[in-house]
Design a protein around this ligand. Sequence first.
Ligand code: TXA
Ligand code: MG
Length: 317
Amino acid sequence: MGDKNATESILADAAGIARAAEILRSGGLVAVPTETVYGLAARADNEEAVAKIYAAKGRPSFNPLIVHVRDAEHARSYANLTGSASWLAELEWPGPLTLVVPLNPDAGLADAVSAGLPTVALRAPAHPVMRALLEICEFPLAAPSANRSGFISPTSASHVAASLDERIDLILDAGPCEKGLESTILAVREDGSWEELRPGPVDLDALHRHYFDRGLERGASGNSIEAPGQLASHYAPGKPVRLNAERAEADEFHIGFGAVAGDCSLSVSGNLAEAGSNLYACLHEATGSDLPRIAVAPIADTGLGKAINDRLRRASA
Ligand code: TXA
Ligand code: MG
């Protein structure tokens, strides 16, 4: 990070991926595309490299990181992946599902990755660039979203640059992220029950219905486990945000959805998948506008709408 010039952003082709792997191998920081949001990657087996993530983001040390792996078999080198965690990983990976499972303390992950917890968050991402990177790296990648702590997650290389320029070594640019919302986080307990820690692109209600006959027991959604980073005020766009706004005031930038047109629209046709993928780009645009406040049209609170409304509530807190 000694370099004080602007962080270079390069195309995520084979040469770009090879260069990123070299930087990561020597303990540097690279912003990488995933199907959810851009992640800020460092090798997860090296304390110094992981410490750089916390420093670049200004992230509190108690907030643990997600470790990105190739597949379920790779995950088993770092965690106790048994019962429902095991078949969820086999069936849902690669994809936007993060599993919080018991950490294998002898696995060689940097202590800071799990922030002292007895569990670790693992995910095998589906994005071809991130997958190619994990194939050529002989180490797993710790990667939180590639934004300064507390701000909106990045869904494009330019969002990353706006937040972390000069603080990281390289940005791999593969265009906008498909899902646009951070992964669903699921804690799987040793008795096989589970708890949703963060709603996301994988709809756990649908998953539960789909795999019900496999004997998956769903745990009560209580407060026994919390995702330490899920603070009420998060994803802050830097301006007051008003939700469920059919109409905007004169001083509000209006984010529309469906029949509510707005200054930009999450989805003109009212499609929730499209809305998820556009959410952070619209919030970034609203942040950059001259208007001092933001209003957001109502979004149906079903399926992916639950994850979108979760992020909007945090943006408005
Ligand atoms: O889609 C994603 O998940 C993206 C991409 C880059 O993979 N990553 C991401 O990371 O959103 P981050 O750091 O912004 O969010 C990770 C969340 C945090 O809220 C953190 O507290 C929680 O995961 N977490 C990590 N390890 C945990 C653990 N052992 N127990 C409970 N929560 C954990
Ligand atoms: Mg984040």
